[in-house]
Design a protein around this ligand. Sequence first.
Ligand SMILES: [Zn+2]
Length: 301
Amino acid sequence: MNTLENFHNFLEIREEDYCIVYATGNIFPVENIISVEKKYGEVIKDFLNFDFIDKIANAINPIPAKSKYINDYIDECYQKLKNNNDEIVLIFFLEEYRCILLDIFDDPNEDIVSNVKFYLYSLIMIQENLLSFIRTGEISNGLLTMLKSITNIQVRIDFSKTTSYNFLYETRDIYSLLAIDIKMIKDKSIIIKKCANCGKYFIPSNRSDEIYCDNVFRSGKTCKQVGYEEKEKKDPFKSLYTKARKTQHARIHRNIENKPNYKEAHYIPWRTAAEKARDYYKSINDLDGFQKWIEDNKDSF
Ligand SMILES: [Zn+2]
């Protein structure tokens, strides 16, 4: 038993998320049975973040010339790609890729490169169709064809629980996972957005008008932190205000023993006044005036 062929990947749809279970053959030690939880929408989000045109296409080159090298080759691809890509989508992608290669090697008339290109091209097409779906909520004809023809989902009932018997969805292909996720997104009105900083797709955690994701972008800071800092740099009034606010905020801790209500009595009134002053001086475009206000009012509250 040394290939994924012998295993099933299955999916349990739960109240808040999915549990995706997969077993790996030659990619990892055979015994590895891995279960991953994903929120609704995350399969689509993770799939959209795959760069098939550039990074994936580069990583899978060169394709081996003989079928006996395929398993090692797929393992190499996995090692190259696992750090920057979602594991579930990667495993499904590589498993199908491996099957395609094996089929091609069986037939001497097949051209490997054009078949691989076609595989990548169809994934890119699905991404485009999914993008239009997340923007408009409409399922395009291209996507409809895909959902009708290439998805393959088997359902069985999980009798292992004593209280309730759930449906378990078994599938080997990414298209079926995407199809299930499309249904969930539609049912639960889940929003997927493109981060205004790093360009990756994300699901806003609470605010639907959020434009930045929570991934770490650089020096331990998330896109959200970096994004708002950059925005602030472009707005000198906001930047002055934030600097002064941090100074004032630090006083809360300094006064925690002798003035335990410092926050309510001093900091919050200062903040309210400073926000008003910031908006006022910004409206008349007087940065020096705002600077002076901060200086004059640093101990006023
Ligand atoms: Zn981001």
